[in-house]
Write a protein that binds this ligand. Structure first.
Ligand SMILES: [Ca+2]
Length: 305
């Protein structure tokens, strides 16, 4: 639960909301006065495959992105653990084997497929987490991020794994290296270093053509493009990642108004379909919104605890 901070005046009662945002997040109405150094606890037991994300203050959003990335607002975040990488096809298979779970795409019989010839989205029959582009295309490799999973599927996996989905605020706090880095990406402001791409994105003009200079037309193996300073992979491009929370209007949040929209969930991270001239969605402040029952070929997830 989040408590919205008031003006800190004893006469003025703090505004509160029961909107279930995230257990580690507090939204602030004012700029923090001090920024205490975050120490990593000694002898901390970090779960396998996860990274310790220190707590701290982060300013969510940006001044120069999409309208829905503005205005910026401050949050205080408590420490948490985050999966190093998005959940892979191989990991998702273990979940399916253990639970016999049927995904939304399997129950619907189709999922969202981006047709590069028609340059648009279509519902394609037979797509699922194993065959994200359909049964007429190759199976997804086990070391790629799982896609064609709805938000509900992601939550079911997280529960099975004893974890949960991050809120978009936790995700962005981690992408800003838990110290409010203001770069475009967790690793700096350049997406290409010494001629080498640092992420799997769409290369050049979406949706007209893809020069494929990063080597991957669709998903890439998790971790292929290296780690952020905090030790996370695939925080930039490859697949959008489901977050726990519903779409929120930052202008409302900045004014202490809690959101009531319950039609779309937020995704962070951008994907292999993003390029700067279209959405530049793989910036740290980038966001996307999708109804929770939807499965898409460029959306996966990672967990926190
Ligand atoms: Ca690519």
């Amino acid at each position: 639960m989040v408590v919205l901070m008031g003006s800190c005046s004893s006469e003025k009662k703090a505004e509160q909301s029961s909107f279930d945002f995230s257990p580690t997040v507090k939204i602030l109405k004012e700029t923090p006065k001090t920024f205490p150094k975050q120490e990593v606890p000694k002898n901390l037991a970090i779960p396998d495959g996860m990274v310790y994300v220190p707590g701290g203050y982060t300013q969510i959003g940006t001044t120069d992105g999409m309208d829905f990335e503005k205005p910026m607002f401050w949050v205080e975040v408590k420490p948490f653990f985050m999966d190093i990488s998005p959940v892979t096809v191989g990991q998702f298979r273990e979940f399916i084997k253990a639970t016999n779970y049927k995904t939304y795409a399997e129950n619907f019989g189709d999922g969202g497929f981006f047709d590069t010839d028609a340059k648009g989205w279509t519902l394609k029959k037979g797509v699922n987490w194993e065959y994200p582009q359909g049964k007429d295309q190759p199976k997804a490799p086990d070391n790629h991020p799982v896609t064609q999973v709805s938000w509900y599927d992601a939550v079911a996996y997280a529960k099975w794994a004893g974890k949960r989905l991050p809120s978009e605020i936790e995700w962005e706090h981690a992408a800003r290296n838990a110290k409010n880095d203001r770069n475009l990406y967790p690793f700096g402001n350049e997406i290409i270093k010494e001629g080498k791409p640092l992420a799997n994105t769409w290369n050049v003009v979406f949706p007209d053509f893809n020069k494929n200079t990063d080597g991957f037309f669709y998903t890439s193996p998790v971790g292929y493009f290296g780690k952020t300073p905090l030790g996370l992979t695939d925080m930039t491009g490859n697949v959008w990642q489901w977050c726990d929370n519903w779409k929120i209007n930052y202008a409302d949040i900045a004014q202490g108004i809690m959101p009531t929209d319950t039609t779309e969930k937020v995704e962070k991270g951008g994907s292999f379909l993003c390029e700067p001239g279209w959405c530049h969605g793989y910036r740290v402040s980038g966001r996307s919104f999708t109804s929770p029952e939807t499965s898409l070929m460029h959306v996966g997830f990672r967990c926190v605890k």
